[in-house]
Design a protein around this ligand. Structure first.
Ligand code: CA
Ligand code: CA
Ligand code: CA
Ligand code: CA
Length: 268
């Protein structure tokens, strides 16, 4: 800019000067955060380094007023990536807060939040509370009676956590279990297909498998030991073990009477 000064004479004398105006920057702009989301949902088995979002920050001010530091949680990343194993069963959603702060005095900052959902992968198999259980069957119980109900839980969701039950056929059984019992694949109810005769069959065992509906499916097994609880069996059992041990072993039995240190137990 040029300025001219002149006096008031009829023939004025003038003088010229060049005026330089320097405009000082004031920190009047907060940083702007721009997030390009690459993934809204990430699978829980996503590998480390999987990119979730690209983050760019821009500040209109000059010098320090426009110098921006970007903080994502506690890490300094401008590309938001998976940096550790994810597990939907423990954390299914993250709200990631991105804060950009300039170096002006006073500093200005802005924040942007990314919501990231963790989607389920079939990484848990169905679990029975025990691996082996004992079942006592009443001799000559009616065919079709529910003699035991088994249950397994699966921590995954939807199809990955949907459990179905089946009898496991392996070569260890001389008699196929499907000739003796049936299992309801939905409820886990085990139903007798024959009246068990103590004189013919004292004990038998078979495995039940719980399988989820994931792809690929995962499964686990439960071994069931069946015994009769005819009065004779229970009596023999109690005579053999006696006393306090009888109480433990016969925990599901009612102790009927106690005679000369010999316990006689019977089922309710
Ligand atoms: Ca600024
Ligand atoms: Ca998991
Ligand atoms: Ca899972
Ligand atoms: Ca599962």
């Amino acid at each position: 800019m040029r300025v001219q000064a002149s006096d008031g004479a009829s023939s004025p004398l003038t003088s010229h000067a060049k005026l330089l105006i320097e405009i000082l920057d004031v920190n009047d702009n907060a940083p702007e955060i721009s997030v390009t989301s690459l993934l809204n949902t990430v699978k829980e088995d996503a590998s480390i380094g999987t990119a979730i979002a690209l983050v760019s920050v821009f500040d209109k001010d000059g010098s320090k007023n426009g110098m921006v530091n970007c903080k994502i949680s506690n890490n300094n990343y401008y590309s938001l990536v998976v940096d550790g194993p994810l597990d939907r069963e423990s954390t299914s959603q993250y709200n990631i807060s991105i804060t950009a702060t300039d170096e002006g005095t006073p500093p200005l900052s802005s924040t942007s939040v990314i919501t990231l959902h963790v989607s389920d992968v079939n990484d848990n198999k169905p679990l029975f509370t025990e691996n082996i259980i004992s079942v006592y069957v009443k001799e000559n119980s009616p065919i079709g009676a529910v003699i035991k109900t088994v249950s397994a839980t699966d921590a995954d969701m939807d199809q990955n956590g949907q459990v179905r039950y089946s009898l496991l056929h392996d070569n260890s059984n001389s008699v196929p279990p499907s000739t003796m019992v049936n299992i309801n694949s939905e409820t886990g109810d085990i139903v007798s297909l024959q009246a068990f005769n103590y004189e013919e069959l004292k004990t038998f065992q078979f495995k039940v498998q719980a399988t989820d509906s994931g792809v690929p499916p995962l499964s686990s097994n439960l071994l069931l030991n069946f015994s009769h609880y005819s009065g004779r069996l229970v009596f023999e059992l109690c005579v053999a073990i006696r006393g306090a041990e009888c109480r433990l072993t016969c925990s599901s039995l009612n102790i009927l009477q106690k005679k000369k240190k010999t316990f006689m137990c019977c089922f309710p």
